[in-house]
Ligand binder design. Structure first.
Ligand SMILES: *Cc1c(COP(=O)(O)O)cnc(C)c1O
Length: 432
């Protein structure tokens, strides 16, 4: 199957992280997010080990918590030696409540509010990754009011089109994120930042995109960033201590997606960067990578219960489930691919072309089109959507006043609740 943590047991049910998914669905109800803690730890270790091996001690990994954020996750990635990326006071607060050391947190986002900035500084955030000059000015002023010096990085756009989905391209010049190197804005913002009080510029950041399989893109990105670092050293006398190359390594959602060897990618990247810094006559900065998807995506599946099978002869077959765009908006947002199987009988013949439809009142509420399932899917049958650990729970909403599903985790074949299912009372909690 798509990931090695999936299997089939003697009852013919789908297993995930060694447990029977039909039993889990019955025990906790559906929709249900199920996460494999061992897999998350494994994915973290691949990065940490590779960074150490190829870049040495002066390197680090940050977990991009927008991929999936709840307290237990910060505990896990922290234990694995990761720092974290946060993008809101909500993520800062969650990390804080999980006991995550905030000096290892990097605050991203293209528009941090004054409240976000003040809250993060008050709680000892390590770094802000600043998007634009107004933001650096705001951080400088708030840091001055508080009598602190705040460490920052600047987000630059190296101008690379990673040939991935348009909606998740962020490293191009016309992106809403960061300051472009090509237009001279990156240099300008560096100069201005160096002149600000209560700000310590520590280096630069870029994030080229998401779901990237081609190591060449990172290599090219690193080259542009290192050339920029050499330029500001020569022209402004500024030495960047940190270069954060962002996240974005791809994962396998469907069989057609390639396997990606993270270790090998990092080896190639390090090799190239070592040669490049030597040529440019600069020191290697501390290198960070900040993966999100590739840490959690294949560590998660979502379990649903099938409702109606609606056959429209000559047109389409719809299998509807008890969740949908409220718990996984990604197909509706940008047509993301997923693999879908019957958890009740993953080995049954998949002889029906169909669409997996959610229960929300939107015709665009689909989880996947043009998939194959058994022709006799029955009401009550359990359906699994695979590789949903990233950008599902974190993007979920209460549309149609649906409660968010529980997130359960499995560690060494023991299951436990990481996030409780929202109740009807939770739904009206803030209503006056
Ligand atoms: C989204 C994002 C990441 C993580 O990207 P993945 O594709 O999930 O690895 C890392 N850094 C920044 C700044 C991001 O916006």
């Amino acid at each position: 199957m798509i990931c090695e943590n999936l299997g089939v047991n003697s009852l013919g049910h789908l297993t995930f992280a060694g447990l029977d998914t039909v039993e889990l669905a019955e025990k906790y109800g559906t929709p249900l997010y199920v996460m494999d803690e061992n897999r998350i730890r494994h994915n973290c270790r691949v990065y940490v080990n590779a960074m150490k091996k190829y870049f040495g001690e002066n390197a680090g990994c940050l977990y991009a918590s927008k991929a999936c954020s709840f307290k237990k996750l910060y505990e896990i990635v922290g234990e694995e030696g990761f720092g974290t990326d946060v993008v809101s006071s909500g993520e800062v607060y969650t990390a804080l409540k999980a006991g995550f050391p905030l000096e290892n947190a990097f605050f991203h986002s293209n528009n941090k509010t004054d409240e976000d900035i003040a809250f993060a500084i008050d709680n000892g955030i390590g770094y802000f990754v600043c998007d634009n000059i107004e933001e650096v000015n705001a951080i400088s002023e708030i840091a001055a009011e508080k009598g602190v010096t705040q460490k920052v990085l600047l987000r630059l756009t190296p101008g690379i089109d990673p040939h991935t989905y348009e909606a998740v391209n962020t490293g191009k010049v016309d992106s809403k994120f960061g300051s472009a190197i090509e237009t001279g804005q990156g240099f300008e913002i560096t100069k201005l930042t160096l002149g600000l009080k209560n700000i310590k510029l520590c280096g630069f950041h870029c994030h080229i995109g998401s779901q990237i399989f081609d190591s060449e893109i990172y290599i090219r990105g690193s080259e542009i960033m290192l050339e920029f670092i050499a330029k500001v050293k020569k022209e402004l006398g500024f030495t960047a201590e940190i270069l954060d190359l962002g996240g974005g390594y791809g994962v396998r959602y469907i069989e057609a997606n390639p396997y990606i060897d993270i270790d090998k990618n990092i080896a190639l990247l390090a090799d190239f960067m070592k040669k490049t810094v030597a040529q440019l006559g600069i020191e290697m900065p501390k290198i960070y990578l900040e993966p999100g998807r590739s840490i959690v995506a294949d560590a998660g599946i979502t379990l649903y219960t099938a409702g109606t099978l609606k056959k429209i002869p000559g047109y389409k077959n719809y299998v509807s489930i008890d969740g949908g765009m409220a718990d996984n908006p990604r197909y509706a947002l940008y047509g993301s691919y997923y693999s879908v199987v019957s958890a009740s009988r993953p080995e049954a013949e998949c002889d029906m072309l169909c669409t997996l439809a959610g229960r929300c009142c939107e015709s665009g509420d689909l989880i996947q089109e043009n998939i194959r399932l058994p022709h006799d899917i029955k009401r009550g049958e359990k359906i699994a959507v695979l590789t949903t650990g990233a950008y599902n729970y974190s993007m979920s909403s209460n549309y149609n006043r649906l409660g968010k599903p529980a997130v359960i985790m499995i560690k060494d074949k023991e299951d436990f609740i990481a996030v409780k299912r929202e109740t009807l009372e939770d739904i009206i909690r803030n209503d006056m």
